[in-house]
Design a protein around this ligand. Structure first.
Ligand code: PAN
Ligand code: ZN
Length: 194
């Protein structure tokens, strides 16, 4: 029990946890092929790589019954008219759920089932989104500030990025008339047609 500390605080200004085991930074260059406007992506990369989002993980053993916790920070910005977002994934153990608790910022969680079912929920200060078993999830920052949320999921859930990397999600979140809009992803192929 004493081997792992059981508590931590979250800094309300930066959103960072007082302690963590892993700090992951995902760069624009890690997201090749994920944004719909490839020309805008290429132009941005040529201007210099940048951090799109960061994850602070508070680890626990990857065994049944344990929970992984952490903080994700998605920075504000767009590639073309598509907002900065996470890669998105299914859990390798598909039946494993997750909870997001938003501390700061504005955004959306885009969700999708292996059968192609689509859903989304908004994230804002103090909102909670429950991601049910079997739903892939991607978070999108639709605001002008960092989107910061706490997450918790089973330590043995694992991450499967495969099909999302290939086809993306069925829906994209883009800016239309100065506000976020959810539109169909032209690159997406329904699972039964793959
Ligand atoms: C989150 C995400 C985190 C980064 O911790 O992993 O926001 O997103 P990607 O893993 O899609 O790059 C989570 O959902 N964990 O399961
Ligand atoms: Zn997850």
């Amino acid at each position: 029990m004493e081997k792992f500390p059981l508590d931590f605080n979250i800094d309300r200004i930066s959103g960072t946890p007082g302690r963590y085991d892993k700090h992951i930074q995902r760069m624009l260059s890690d997201m090749r092929g994920q944004f719909a406007d490839q020309d805008a992506y290429q132009k941005m990369i040529e201007e210099g790589d940048r951090i799109l989002y960061e994850v602070y993980e508070i680890g626990r053993p990857g065994i049944a019954g344990e929970l992984m916790q952490g903080i994700s920070i998605i920075h504000a910005g767009k590639v073309g008219d598509e907002y900065f977002m996470t890669k998105g994934h299914f859990h390798s153990r598909l039946e494993m759920a997750e909870v997001y608790y938003c501390l700061m910022g504005q955004g959306m969680v885009i969700m999708e089932t292996p059968e192609g079912g689509q859903s989304s929920r908004e994230l804002g200060p103090d909102s909670v989104v429950y991601i049910p078993p079997r739903w892939a999830h991607r978070s999108v920052n639709t605001g002008q500030q960092d989107l910061i949320f706490f997450f918790v999921y089973p330590s043995d859930a694992g991450h499967n990025y495969g099909t999302i990397e290939e086809y993306g999600f069925g829906k994209l979140v883009v800016e239309r008339d100065h506000r976020p809009a959810i539109i169909d992803n032209p690159r997406w192929v329904p699972p039964e047609a793959r």
